[in-house]
Structure formats: C-alpha cells, structure tokens
Design a protein around this ligand. Structure first.
Ligand code: PLP
Length: 369
C-alpha cells in the first residue's frame, strides 16, 4: 500500500472556481483576490487581509511594515520551518531564539521574558503544527515592554486559543497555503491585521511599491512582486467556503490516529493544551528516546508510508551554524524533541484502512528498532 504524507483536497467546486477565472480576462489583479481577502478577514475576525504569493513573502512584508531593521532583535523559536526566522534575516534583524515548551512544542514565555533587551522590538511566536502558542503570556510581555507581535499562524488556520482565532492575536499575522496546509491556494499566503495603515503598506509593497493612487510606472516605495494571482485566490475562496468541513475531516483523522496509537508502547500522541482548539496541520508523534527514530522512518518509508522528521531545528541548519556559530546543545528541549518526532501520513481523506496499515507497520517496526 502507498500512503502519501499529505494530499490536497480538491473538489468540483475548486475546479469550477479556477475555470471561471481562466475564462475571464483577469488572471491577476482582478476581483477574486479582493473577494478572498474579504472572506478570510471575516473568517478570522480582523479588519484587513492582504493576500500574497507565499507565507514567506508575507512574513517578510510584516517585518518591513513594522519597520524592523538592522540593530533590532526579535525573539522567536528554533523549532519551526526555517522561513519564520529567515524573514528576520532578510531585513538584518537579529533572531534571538529561545527554547520551547516540551508539551506544546511552542515558544516558552518564561524564556522569552529573560531574553528581552533594549534592542528587542518584536516577539515572533509560531503556532507549531496548528497548536496555538501561549498568546496571553506573550501578549502581556509585549504590552509591558512595548514590543510588536508577528503571529506566524502559517500552520494554524482555524485553530483557537481560549476562543480567539489564530491569526487574530498579533499586530500582524500570517497564514500560508502551500498544498500540505489545511487550506491551499497552490502557493500563497495572507497577512492579517487590524491596522489599516500596516495593511496599506503591505498592499503597496506586494505590488512593486505602488500606492493606491499611483500610475502603473510610479513606485512610491521599495516594493516586490509578492502578489497572489486570481486562480490561486479562486482556489482559496472555494476551499474557504468549506473550511468547517475540511477542519472537521482533519480532526476526525487525528482522532482515529489517537485511538489507534494510544496503546502503542514507546509512542506519544500529540498534546493539546486546555483551552486550545487544535487545527490539525500535520500529525506528529514522539518516540521514547530509546527508539531509533531515523531507522523507524527508513523502515516504514520502505513500506510505502510517507513520513518526515518535523522539524530540523533552525539553529542547527548549516546556514545558521555558519552565520551565527550555533551548535548542538544550544536549545536542548528543541533538539531532544526534534530527534524523536515523526510526522505520519495526514490528509482529509485518509481512510481507517490506511491508518490501520500505518499503525500496524509502525508497531511492527518499532519492535525491531
Ligand atoms: C511555520 C511556518 N512559517 C512559514 C512558512 C512559509 O510558508 P510558505 O511555504 O508559503 O512560504 C511555513 C510553511 O510551511 C510554516 O510552516
């Protein structure tokens, strides 16, 4: 049996929506991007949404819009996808990593507190795997110290933290829509904010620095081409119209896994904190340290089971080691977690039979590793 790690959930509604755009004259900068932005802002409950062509470009614009630059520090997590720290480097902002909570796998607010200096301008928490970070504590720290929060909700569309939607809690927030995400536009992302001014800056910067009243060849500021196209936005609108169904399907798959894996020795299923509604991006288990995770991964991959070691710590990436001199032992919780995690196949249409195949093989392989 071949069980892929992830699969997008594309139906007739998505195909029709994209086809409609293709039959129109507007493939870019038309009405569908604006419609998508309105729908997603309404879903999250924020004033403004600015669609862009990836989560990474959105993070970059957020850093620029907040005016962060050389000499500034931003406190963030080393247990994330590399883009959540790279966006700081684009603008020569110093990423200050702090270790994570071993249960939620999110940035530990107590450690953030001790890393705040006169140079700190921003906290950049990531809702890892769709589990919201401790936003109450982080928001208090930000308020007390006059810091911005960029909420990297790229993996967490639909998650809730004490009733608040992921993407609604930072000065600026991001979703990403790569095909393995809860909602996809192919490539794409969206910036969320309650600030009309910040949203306006982002709209200009995503469009080569053109301001609202500018002529086509007039560029009021430094800009980029970070625009989302109309086909992607159409896909996003169709996906968003059935977001409740999509999130429920993912929740049901996670529940099946939890039930099937709960009795398996040496395996810990994902933790969900009280007051949190997880939005399942990936399904990541943890092994007892005595189990050779890499060998398990190799063995089950050989049996057609898609799997991946989510995440390799950012500070141990070759570029970060070279540039900043990081090494093993710098962030022990992150490193211990990263050495023992495994993402299993996870998508909306995973069947009980496929889950059975994954779990049966996993159990067999663990016995030998
Ligand atoms: C936490 C996090 N931040 C940022 C990104 C970047 O998004 P994109 O791949 O759309 O550039 C991702 C995407 O995987 C992510 O998981």
């Amino acid at each position: 049996m071949d069980v892929p790690l992830s699969l997008p959930d594309i139906g007739e509604r998505e195909r029709e929506a994209v086809d409609e755009v293709l039959r129109s004259r507007w493939l870019s900068m038309g009405p569908v991007v604006a419609a998508f932005e309105n729908k997603i802002a309404e879903y999250v409950g924020v004033r403004q949404a600015v669609a862009i062509n990836s989560g990474t470009s959105g993070l970059h614009l957020a850093v620029r819009a907040l005016g962060l630059g050389e000499g500034d520090e931003a406190i963030t997590t080393p247990f994330s996808f590399v883009a959540s720290a790279n966006c700081l480097l684009f603008e020569r902002v110093q990423p200050v990593f702090v270790d994570i909570d071993p249960l939620t796998l999110n940035i530990d607010p107590e450690l953030v507190k001790v890393k705040i200096t006169s140079r700190t301008r921003c906290i950049l928490p990531v809702h890892v795997f769709g589990h919201p970070a401790e936003m109450d504590e982080l928001t208090n720290l930000a308020r007390q110290n006059g810091l911005f929060i960029i909420e990297d909700a790229c993996e967490a569309l639909g998650a809730k933290y004490h009733g608040k939607q992921a993407g609604s809690m930072g000065d600026m927030a991001l979703f990403a829509f790569y095909p393995n995400k809860q909602l996809t536009t192919g490539e794409g992302g969206v910036i969320l904010t309650d600030s009309d001014q910040l949203a306006g800056l982002c709209r200009s910067m995503r469009n080569q620095g053109r301001d609202a009243g500018d002529e086509w060849y007039e560029h009021s500021r430094l800009g980029y081409n970070y625009r989302m196209d109309e086909m992607s936005a159409a896909l996003g609108c169709a996906q968003l119209s059935r977001v409740t169904e999509i999130l429920a399907k993912r929740q049901a798959v996670a529940k099946m896994y939890n039930e099937r894996l709960s009795g398996l020795d040496g395996v810990t299923v994902p933790y969900v904190a009280p007051g949190v509604e997880m939005s399942w991006f990936v399904y990541v288990i943890r092994f007892d340290p005595a189990i050779n995770r890499d060998l398990v991964m190799k063995e089950i991959a050989g049996r057609g089971i898609g799997c991946r070691a989510y995440f390799q710590p950012i500070h141990l990436q070759p570029f970060y080691r070279r540039s900043f001199g990081f090494g093993p032992g710098d962030f022990p919780v992150t490193e211990a977690v990263a050495a023992t995690t495994l993402a299993l196949p996870f998508h909306n249409h995973l069947t009980a039979e496929e889950i059975d195949y994954v779990v049966t093989n996993l159990a067999e392989v663990i016995g030998q590793c």
